[in-house]
Design a protein. Structure first.
Length: 274
């Protein structure tokens, strides 16, 4: 049968698939648009299944904050190559996912994938894009944050971003400085009291092994390990880290110079290269 160019264009507008894919689907479906859409969808699933074991080390990490600065999300649409990551369609999809995440504010990643953008769920849209590009696509992360005031920072390469919340409104400039600190120094928590117990136990176990291998007396192992843990807290918890911009004071001390009452309530950081 003859497939009109107007029909191909119509299906392309409905699905976002390439012109040749749309024409082939319409031919296979004998001009039935619903069947053609299913064919395109199944093709995307097939490609996705074939690429399932591939690494997605490229992509777009996006941070967005609500107009009142009280809600924020962090998402990443991953792919296999930088070439695809820079593609306009890929970037459009990545931003659509982030916009939907901020608007709906779903509970978790699974819930985000079920959110609709247009006629499709995000999961379906990602699968379709996989079929179009021939590369594995995946929503690699989703985090959400609520606080009295939130600031975001996206690194210039688009592969690393941070959202950070504060207990009160501060200047955006100060907020970005803290977001950049988190982006650069990758702290494990806001403070030592909030450091996950499993992280602490893992560090202590490593220190104990190192100390024993150095031949130190067994009676000194815990004392030395505790000293090493204190050093870990100073290097790896946000409040105790040296404030990079100043180089002489901690982040907590810097924030006190801004406002004695201001504190970081939480943060999320994601990097495609970690």
């Amino acid at each position: 049968m003859e497939i009109k160019a107007t029909d191909v264009a119509k299906l392309r507008q409905m699905t976002g698939a390439g012109m040749m894919d749309c024409k082939s689907a319409l031919l296979e479906a004998n001009g039935d648009f619903d069947k053609a859409k299913d064919i395109i969808r199944e093709k995307g699933k097939l490609v996705a299944a074939k690429r399932a074991d591939r690494e997605t080390t490229e992509g777009a990490v996006i941070a967005k904050v609500s107009a009142d600065n009280k809600k924020a999300i962090l998402t990443c649409l991953g792919c296999e190559t930088d070439f695809v990551a820079k593609n306009a369609e890929f970037q459009k999809l990545a931003n659509s996912i982030a916009d939907a995440a901020l608007a709906v504010f779903p509970a978790d990643l699974a819930a985000l994938k079920a959110v609709k953008i247009g006629e499709q769920t995000i999961e379906e849209a990602v699968t379709q894009q996989t079929g179009k590009s021939g590369e594995k696509h995946v929503v690699a992360t989703y985090s959400k944050l609520e606080a009295p005031y939130i600031v975001e920072y996206i690194h210039t390469n688009g592969k690393l971003a941070t959202i950070v919340g504060f207990n009160k409104v501060i200047s955006r400039e100060v907020g970005r400085e803290i977001a950049m600190q988190i982006t650069a120094m990758n702290p494990v928590s806001v403070s030592r009291s909030e450091c996950p117990k499993e992280v602490i136990e893992k560090e202590l176990e490593i220190y104990r092994i190192q100390i024993r291998e150095e031949g130190k007396p067994e009676g000194m192992v815990e004392q030395i390990a505790t000293g090493k843990l204190n050093k870990f807290f100073k290097e790896s918890t946000l409040e105790e880290q040296t404030f990079v911009k100043e180089g002489k004071i901690t982040v907590a001390a810097y924030l006190k110079t801004v406002d004695p009452e201001v504190k970081v309530t939480g943060f999320f950081r994601y990097s495609l290269n970690d």
